[in-house]
Write a protein that binds this ligand. Sequence first.
Ligand code: PEP
Length: 259
Amino acid sequence: MANRQPLIAGNWKLNGTRKSVVELASAISDGAAGLPVEVLVCPVSVHLADVLAVVGNSPVHLGSQNCSEAESGAFTGEVSANMLQEFGCEYVILGHSERRALFHETSEQVAVKCLAVQKAGMTPVLCVGETLEEREAEQVESVIAAQLDAVLAAGGIEIFRQMVVAYEPVWAIGTGKTASPEEAQAVHALIRQKISSLDADIGSKLRILYGGSVKADNAASLFGQADIDGGLIGGAALDATSFLAICEAAASTVEKSAS
Ligand code: PEP
Protein backbone atom coordinates (compact mmCIF):
# COMPACT_ATOMS: atom_id res chain seq x y z
CA MET A 1 0.00 0.00 0.00
CA ALA A 2 2.94 2.33 -0.81
CA ASN A 3 3.49 3.65 2.75
CA ARG A 4 -0.02 5.04 2.96
CA GLN A 5 -1.57 4.18 6.30
CA PRO A 6 -5.08 2.84 5.70
CA LEU A 7 -7.92 4.98 6.98
CA ILE A 8 -11.27 3.51 7.96
CA ALA A 9 -13.89 6.21 8.37
CA GLY A 10 -17.38 5.69 9.76
CA ASN A 11 -20.08 8.02 8.44
CA TRP A 12 -22.83 7.71 11.02
CA LYS A 13 -25.18 9.95 9.02
CA LEU A 14 -28.36 11.09 10.80
CA ASN A 15 -28.42 8.31 13.39
CA GLY A 16 -28.07 7.71 17.09
CA THR A 17 -28.93 9.12 20.48
CA ARG A 18 -26.50 10.66 22.95
CA LYS A 19 -26.45 7.31 24.76
CA SER A 20 -26.07 5.09 21.69
CA VAL A 21 -23.27 7.11 20.08
CA VAL A 22 -21.27 7.07 23.33
CA GLU A 23 -21.66 3.28 23.50
CA LEU A 24 -20.68 2.89 19.85
CA ALA A 25 -17.67 5.21 20.20
CA SER A 26 -16.43 3.46 23.29
CA ALA A 27 -16.70 -0.03 21.74
CA ILE A 28 -14.80 1.24 18.68
CA SER A 29 -12.08 2.93 20.79
CA ASP A 30 -11.55 -0.28 22.78
CA GLY A 31 -11.52 -2.54 19.72
CA ALA A 32 -9.35 -0.31 17.50
CA ALA A 33 -6.54 0.10 20.04
CA GLY A 34 -3.27 -1.17 18.62
CA LEU A 35 -4.49 -1.70 15.04
CA PRO A 36 -2.07 -0.36 12.40
CA VAL A 37 -4.83 1.65 10.74
CA GLU A 38 -6.22 5.11 11.32
CA VAL A 39 -9.82 5.03 12.51
CA LEU A 40 -12.22 7.94 12.16
CA VAL A 41 -15.80 8.36 13.34
CA CYS A 42 -18.14 11.07 12.04
CA PRO A 43 -21.27 11.63 14.13
CA VAL A 44 -23.81 14.43 13.66
CA SER A 45 -22.62 17.80 14.97
CA VAL A 46 -24.75 17.78 18.12
CA HIS A 47 -23.11 14.51 19.18
CA LEU A 48 -19.52 15.70 18.67
CA ALA A 49 -18.89 16.73 22.28
CA ASP A 50 -20.20 13.46 23.69
CA VAL A 51 -18.17 11.40 21.23
CA LEU A 52 -15.05 13.54 21.80
CA ALA A 53 -15.31 12.80 25.53
CA VAL A 54 -14.98 9.09 24.66
CA VAL A 55 -12.44 9.11 21.82
CA GLY A 56 -10.42 12.16 22.94
CA ASN A 57 -7.90 10.01 24.80
CA SER A 58 -7.88 7.16 22.30
CA PRO A 59 -6.30 6.79 18.86
CA VAL A 60 -9.73 7.15 17.23
CA HIS A 61 -10.13 10.43 15.32
CA LEU A 62 -13.22 12.60 15.14
CA GLY A 63 -14.77 14.13 12.04
CA SER A 64 -17.86 15.91 10.81
CA GLN A 65 -20.18 14.99 7.94
CA ASN A 66 -20.34 18.48 6.45
CA CYS A 67 -19.57 22.10 7.21
CA SER A 68 -20.48 25.55 6.00
CA GLU A 69 -18.30 27.36 3.52
CA ALA A 70 -18.85 30.54 5.58
CA GLU A 71 -16.81 31.41 8.66
CA SER A 72 -19.62 33.20 10.51
CA GLY A 73 -22.61 35.42 9.95
CA ALA A 74 -26.24 35.23 8.89
CA PHE A 75 -26.33 31.58 7.78
CA THR A 76 -29.09 30.07 9.88
CA GLY A 77 -28.59 26.40 10.71
CA GLU A 78 -25.00 26.17 9.49
CA VAL A 79 -21.87 25.03 11.37
CA SER A 80 -18.50 26.52 10.46
CA ALA A 81 -15.15 24.77 10.05
CA ASN A 82 -13.66 26.66 13.02
CA MET A 83 -16.54 25.52 15.23
CA LEU A 84 -15.97 21.90 14.22
CA GLN A 85 -12.24 22.23 14.86
CA GLU A 86 -13.01 23.60 18.34
CA PHE A 87 -15.04 20.44 19.00
CA GLY A 88 -12.06 18.21 18.23
CA CYS A 89 -12.73 17.44 14.57
CA GLU A 90 -9.69 16.63 12.46
CA TYR A 91 -11.56 15.61 9.31
CA VAL A 92 -14.70 16.78 7.51
CA ILE A 93 -16.55 14.68 4.93
CA LEU A 94 -17.41 16.95 1.99
CA GLY A 95 -19.39 16.43 -1.18
CA HIS A 96 -21.05 13.20 -0.06
CA SER A 97 -23.49 12.10 -2.75
CA GLU A 98 -26.39 12.61 -0.34
CA ARG A 99 -25.37 16.25 0.06
CA ARG A 100 -24.91 16.65 -3.69
CA ALA A 101 -28.28 15.01 -4.52
CA LEU A 102 -30.54 15.99 -1.61
CA PHE A 103 -29.07 19.39 -0.73
CA HIS A 104 -28.03 20.36 -4.28
CA GLU A 105 -24.39 21.01 -3.40
CA THR A 106 -22.34 21.77 -6.49
CA SER A 107 -18.75 20.74 -7.06
CA GLU A 108 -17.80 24.43 -6.88
CA GLN A 109 -19.42 24.76 -3.45
CA VAL A 110 -17.69 21.58 -2.29
CA ALA A 111 -14.39 23.08 -3.45
CA VAL A 112 -14.94 26.23 -1.37
CA LYS A 113 -15.78 24.02 1.62
CA CYS A 114 -12.49 22.14 1.12
CA LEU A 115 -10.63 25.46 1.38
CA ALA A 116 -12.57 26.42 4.53
CA VAL A 117 -11.81 23.06 6.18
CA GLN A 118 -8.10 23.30 5.40
CA LYS A 119 -7.96 26.91 6.58
CA ALA A 120 -9.31 25.69 9.93
CA GLY A 121 -6.49 23.13 10.10
CA MET A 122 -8.56 20.04 9.27
CA THR A 123 -8.48 17.54 6.42
CA PRO A 124 -11.35 17.26 3.94
CA VAL A 125 -12.58 13.79 2.98
CA LEU A 126 -13.66 14.69 -0.54
CA CYS A 127 -16.32 12.32 -1.91
CA VAL A 128 -16.55 11.73 -5.64
CA GLY A 129 -18.50 9.17 -7.63
CA GLU A 130 -20.81 8.49 -10.52
CA THR A 131 -24.48 7.55 -10.67
CA LEU A 132 -25.64 4.32 -12.31
CA GLU A 133 -26.82 6.24 -15.40
CA GLU A 134 -23.42 7.87 -15.73
CA ARG A 135 -21.65 4.50 -15.41
CA GLU A 136 -23.94 2.97 -18.02
CA ALA A 137 -23.22 5.90 -20.32
CA GLU A 138 -19.47 5.28 -19.84
CA GLN A 139 -19.00 8.66 -18.21
CA VAL A 140 -17.22 7.50 -15.05
CA GLU A 141 -13.90 9.10 -15.93
CA SER A 142 -15.36 12.44 -17.07
CA VAL A 143 -17.70 12.74 -14.06
CA ILE A 144 -14.92 12.12 -11.58
CA ALA A 145 -12.49 14.33 -13.46
CA ALA A 146 -15.03 17.19 -13.32
CA GLN A 147 -15.56 16.71 -9.57
CA LEU A 148 -11.78 16.82 -9.00
CA ASP A 149 -11.26 19.70 -11.46
CA ALA A 150 -13.61 21.95 -9.48
CA VAL A 151 -11.40 21.46 -6.41
CA LEU A 152 -8.22 21.93 -8.44
CA ALA A 153 -9.63 25.16 -9.91
CA ALA A 154 -10.30 26.53 -6.42
CA GLY A 155 -7.10 25.47 -4.68
CA GLY A 156 -4.59 24.17 -7.21
CA ILE A 157 -2.79 20.87 -6.80
CA GLU A 158 -1.41 21.86 -3.37
CA ILE A 159 -4.93 21.48 -1.93
CA PHE A 160 -4.53 17.70 -2.37
CA ARG A 161 -1.55 17.62 -0.01
CA GLN A 162 -3.91 17.71 2.98
CA MET A 163 -6.83 15.77 1.59
CA VAL A 164 -8.38 12.32 1.55
CA VAL A 165 -10.45 11.36 -1.50
CA ALA A 166 -13.31 8.87 -1.16
CA TYR A 167 -14.49 7.16 -4.33
CA GLU A 168 -18.12 6.33 -3.71
CA PRO A 169 -20.10 5.09 -6.70
CA VAL A 170 -23.57 6.48 -5.96
CA TRP A 171 -25.22 3.21 -7.06
CA ALA A 172 -23.30 1.33 -4.37
CA ILE A 173 -24.19 3.54 -1.40
CA GLY A 174 -26.64 1.91 0.98
CA THR A 175 -27.80 -0.47 -1.75
CA GLY A 176 -25.89 -3.63 -0.86
CA LYS A 177 -24.29 -3.47 -4.35
CA THR A 178 -20.53 -3.09 -4.15
CA ALA A 179 -18.18 -2.28 -6.97
CA SER A 180 -16.01 -5.33 -7.56
CA PRO A 181 -12.45 -4.90 -6.28
CA GLU A 182 -11.27 -4.61 -9.92
CA GLU A 183 -13.93 -2.01 -10.83
CA ALA A 184 -13.07 0.05 -7.76
CA GLN A 185 -9.31 -0.29 -8.33
CA ALA A 186 -9.69 0.94 -11.92
CA VAL A 187 -11.30 4.19 -10.73
CA HIS A 188 -8.86 4.63 -7.84
CA ALA A 189 -5.99 4.27 -10.29
CA LEU A 190 -7.54 6.95 -12.53
CA ILE A 191 -7.85 9.33 -9.59
CA ARG A 192 -4.26 8.75 -8.52
CA GLN A 193 -2.97 9.13 -12.09
CA LYS A 194 -4.80 12.42 -12.47
CA ILE A 195 -3.34 13.85 -9.27
CA SER A 196 0.11 12.33 -9.90
CA SER A 197 0.23 13.84 -13.38
CA LEU A 198 0.13 17.26 -11.66
CA ASP A 199 2.41 16.37 -8.74
CA ALA A 200 3.91 12.91 -8.38
CA ASP A 201 4.66 13.30 -4.67
CA ILE A 202 1.13 14.44 -3.79
CA GLY A 203 -0.36 11.68 -5.94
CA SER A 204 1.69 8.91 -4.37
CA LYS A 205 0.85 10.06 -0.82
CA LEU A 206 -2.87 10.73 -1.40
CA ARG A 207 -5.13 8.32 0.45
CA ILE A 208 -8.07 7.21 -1.68
CA LEU A 209 -10.85 5.41 0.19
CA TYR A 210 -13.55 3.25 -1.33
CA GLY A 211 -17.13 3.65 -0.10
CA GLY A 212 -20.32 1.85 -1.04
CA SER A 213 -21.74 -1.11 0.84
CA VAL A 214 -18.41 -2.13 2.37
CA LYS A 215 -19.03 -4.97 4.82
CA ALA A 216 -16.84 -7.28 6.88
CA ASP A 217 -17.03 -9.96 4.18
CA ASN A 218 -15.99 -7.84 1.17
CA ALA A 219 -13.55 -5.44 2.90
CA ALA A 220 -10.36 -7.49 2.61
CA SER A 221 -10.66 -8.01 -1.15
CA LEU A 222 -11.29 -4.28 -1.72
CA PHE A 223 -8.50 -3.15 0.59
CA GLY A 224 -6.10 -5.61 -1.03
CA GLN A 225 -6.12 -3.51 -4.23
CA ALA A 226 -3.05 -1.38 -4.92
CA ASP A 227 -4.76 2.03 -4.89
CA ILE A 228 -7.46 1.44 -2.27
CA ASP A 229 -6.26 2.90 1.02
CA GLY A 230 -9.21 2.11 3.25
CA GLY A 231 -12.91 2.77 3.30
CA LEU A 232 -15.68 5.23 4.01
CA ILE A 233 -18.30 3.12 5.71
CA GLY A 234 -21.99 3.98 6.16
CA GLY A 235 -24.41 1.27 7.33
CA ALA A 236 -21.76 -1.10 8.71
CA ALA A 237 -20.23 1.73 10.76
CA LEU A 238 -23.26 1.77 13.05
CA ASP A 239 -22.43 -1.64 14.46
CA ALA A 240 -19.16 -1.81 16.41
CA THR A 241 -18.55 -5.49 15.63
CA SER A 242 -18.99 -4.99 11.87
CA PHE A 243 -16.98 -1.77 11.82
CA LEU A 244 -14.12 -3.30 13.80
CA ALA A 245 -14.09 -6.34 11.50
CA ILE A 246 -13.62 -3.90 8.58
CA CYS A 247 -10.79 -2.17 10.49
CA GLU A 248 -9.19 -5.58 11.03
CA ALA A 249 -9.49 -6.39 7.32
CA ALA A 250 -7.54 -3.20 6.59
CA ALA A 251 -4.99 -4.11 9.28
CA SER A 252 -4.46 -7.51 7.67
CA THR A 253 -3.44 -5.84 4.39
CA VAL A 254 -0.78 -3.83 6.27
CA GLU A 255 0.49 -6.94 8.02
CA LYS A 256 0.64 -8.82 4.69
CA SER A 257 2.58 -6.05 2.95
CA ALA A 258 5.01 -5.84 5.91
CA SER A 259 5.78 -9.58 5.88
C1 PEP B 1 -21.71 6.24 2.69
O1 PEP B 1 -22.78 6.74 2.93
O2 PEP B 1 -20.69 6.96 2.60
C2 PEP B 1 -21.65 4.80 2.48
C3 PEP B 1 -20.57 4.31 1.90
O3 PEP B 1 -22.73 4.08 2.89
P1 PEP B 1 -22.88 2.47 2.89
O4 PEP B 1 -21.61 1.90 3.45
O5 PEP B 1 -24.07 2.20 3.76
O6 PEP B 1 -23.09 2.07 1.46
